[in-house]
Structure formats: structure tokens, C-alpha cells
Design a protein around this ligand. Structure first.
Ligand code: MN
Length: 338
């Protein structure tokens, strides 16, 4: 995605360093809160850190993944939440990706996506835009002035090794499985939940669902005990498995749950993320997901020379330069709780 800015809240290693995902480099702890009041075997509330996104119109996002304690949730390896934002919107110039899928999901606003595989799409609330980078793609993301408020998430799914070298592609899904129960409206974005399956093409066992709770709603969502899960609070106030995190927090719920209790007094919205543990070691640096230091250096070199990622046609401006070379040898990390 567009991980260009310096951290406003975060570890000392992040300040002034626009390049790496500092959780993977410096090993500095991010703030997390253990909850003593919950209904499950394990639960950790991961507080977001604030990161300004690069580009000519910068917005600040709440980033909860990767986290020093929780690097992945199933194949989910990156979670940014932004808005509701009524300022200048977002304008993220062309930048590269490898080894991942980007999941763009809006609650409000419109964003124009352009990529180097010649896709142009408007991202709208309730519609999934899924970009599979495979071996490499570049894209730009620009919010449109037609809608004054911007609110959404940008998520990454790590591609398993056997699928990460494929040709890049892009898909848009305007019709997704939806259902209502116990005052909760659920949209299944990717993967499987409660017997439904999303049409989106993914590459490992996963779930991503948007749940909107009416005031007074309470439910128990049946979930796969073979998955690890987390819940991101998008809006309002929602009790998640017995704790009430703030907006932007990510509640890590671990493995082994058969159901997830959600309730809300005044109404709220959450994103449920989960999947089978991703056991491959990952190396994330800037917008690249790879496996080794040498591979990351090659990705960076390819972007700097324009060799493999291609051009994003129609973006009115310069592309993002790669950050400086890493000053340390990057080490891959296990894809599960460290
Ligand atoms: Mn991106």
C-alpha cells in the first residue's frame, strides 16, 4: 500500500525513517493492552499507531497490523483504518506491491484505483476491490471529490509461496453475501463464514466480514475454531468477547473459538478477520512482502529502474520513490504470534 510516512505514535525507531515497517526492523514494542474481562481463553487489545500516508494529500491512518506481538492473523498481514475524514482526502501516487493481495473496503467515500495491469476502478462502499500483486504490480489510489467523507480500510493478505509469483490481476465484487440476524447486518467480504462463501479469489483459508450492529444488538457469530481471529472496531462502541475497545483498536482473539460474542448498546461496526495460521516466514519492507533480504533488495531495485512493475497510466503526477536501502539486514519473521 502506501506506507510512506513517519510514525506519529510508535516506537523511537520509526521517527524520521519513512521506509520500513518498524515492527519488523527495530523490534520495539507497540502499546497493547491485556484485558482481564473477557469470555475466551486469550484476548489482546492491540491499540493503533498513527501513520500519515504519503502523497500530496496526506491523511493519517490507524495501523494495527503488523504488530510486534501479532504479526499476522491467518494470512492477514497489514491493517490500516482511516476516517471518517472530511479533509483533503487521499492521493497516493503510483507505488509497487509484491507477494500480497490488497483488500480495499470503504464505509464512505469513493476512491479511484489505477494499476499497471491497466485496471481502472472506482472503489465504493460495500463493494470489494481486490488486487492480487503476484510477482509485482503498481497502483495509485485517489479519493474522488464526489463524496465529502472518506472512511475505510486497506488490508493486505499475504500470498502463499506457491501463489506469490503469479501474474498480477484485479477484481471488483459489487455483490457479496449478506445476511441479517439478531440486529446485525453482515457482509462477507472474503473467504467463508457461517456457511456462506465470498466470490473473491483468495489463496488460503480466510475470513473477512463487515458487521453492522444496530443499537441494542447482541449476537454470537459462529466461527471456525481452526482459524485465528481478530476484530477491528470501525465505528461506534461494540463489546467484543467481553471487552469494549476503542475505535481503531484490533482485538486479537487467538485460535480455537467456536463463536464470537458481539453486542452494542448504541450501535457500531466491526470487521472480523481470520484464517488458518500462516506458517510461512514473511519479510515485509515498505510495500513489498517477500521472503529474504536479497529478494527485497531486488524488488526495490526493480522499482527504482522501472524494470518490472510497469506504468500506471492516467495518474497525473510522479510515482513514489522507494525509500533508502535498509541499513540493517532484514530478517524474515514467523507469520504467527511472536
Ligand atoms: Mn497500495
Amino acid at each position: 500500500m502506501y506506507n510512506l510516512g513517519r510514525a506519529v505514535q510508535g516506537p523511537p525507531g520509526a521517527a524520521g525513517d519513512p521506509a520500513p515497517e518498524p515492527a519488523f526492523i527495530a523490534g520495539q514494542p507497540y502499546r497493547s493492552v491485556m484485558s482481564g474481562h473477557h469470555d475466551g481463553p486469550e484476548l489482546t487489545v492491540l491499540e493503533p499507531r498513527l501513520v500519515p500516508l504519503g502523497g500530496t494529500r496526506a491523511i493519517t491512518v490507524r495501523r494495527t497490523l503488523p504488530h510486534r506481538q501479532v504479526r499476522t492473523i491467518g494470512p492477514w498481514c497489514f491493517v490500516d483504518h482511516y476516517g471518517p475524514h472530511t479533509g483533503t482526502g487521499m492521493d497516493v501516487p503510483p507505488h509497487p506491491h509484491t507477494g500480497l493481495q490488497t483488500v480495499s473496503w470503504l464505509l464512505a467515500g469513493e476512491v479511484e484505483h489505477r494499476d499497471s495491469a491497466a485496471h481502472v476502478a472506482t472503489v465504493r462502499p460495500g463493494e470489494l476491490n481486490l488486487m492480487t500483486s503476484g510477482r509485482g504490480i503498481a497502483h495509485s489510489e485517489v479519493s474522488l471529490p464526489s463524496q465529502p467523507v472518506l472512511h475505510g480500510v486497506q488490508l493486505w493478505l499475504a500470498l502463499p509461496d506457491e501463489h506469490r509469483h503469479q501474474q498480477p490481476h484485479f477484481e471488483q465484487h459489487r455483490s457479496l453475501p449478506q445476511w441479517h440476524s439478531d440486529g446485525v447486518a453482515t457482509t462477507l467480504v472474503v473467504g467463508e463464514l457461517a456457511g456462506s462463501t465470498s466470490p473473491a479469489l483468495t489463496y488460503s483459508p480466510v475470513v473477512g466480514a463487515h458487521l453492522r450492529l444496530a443499537a441494542g444488538a447482541g449476537t454470537a457469530v459462529p466461527v471456525d475454531p481452526g482459524f485465528e481471529h481478530a476484530v477491528l472496531v470501525l465505528d461506534g462502541s461494540v463489546d467484543v468477547a467481553g471487552c469494549t475497545p476503542g475505535v481503531g483498536a484490533l482485538v486479537w482473539l487467538g485460535l480455537g473459538r467456536r463463536q464470537l460474542g458481539l453486542r452494542s448498546v448504541g450501535g457500531g461496526q466491526v470487521l472480523l478477520l481470520g484464517g488458518a495460521r500462516f506458517d510461512e516466514e514473511l519479510l515485509m519492507w515498505w510495500n513489498f512482502v517477500g521472503r529474504s533480504h536479497e529478494e527485497i533488495l531486488a524488488f526495490r531495485q526493480d522499482w527504482e529502474t522501472g524494470a518490472t512493475f510497469g506504468e500506471v497510466a492516467g495518474y497525473p503526477g510522479a510515482r513514489l520513490p522507494a525509500p533508502s536501502l535498509p541499513s540493517v539486514v532484514l530478517r524474515p519473521r514467523p507469520g504467527r504470534r511472536g
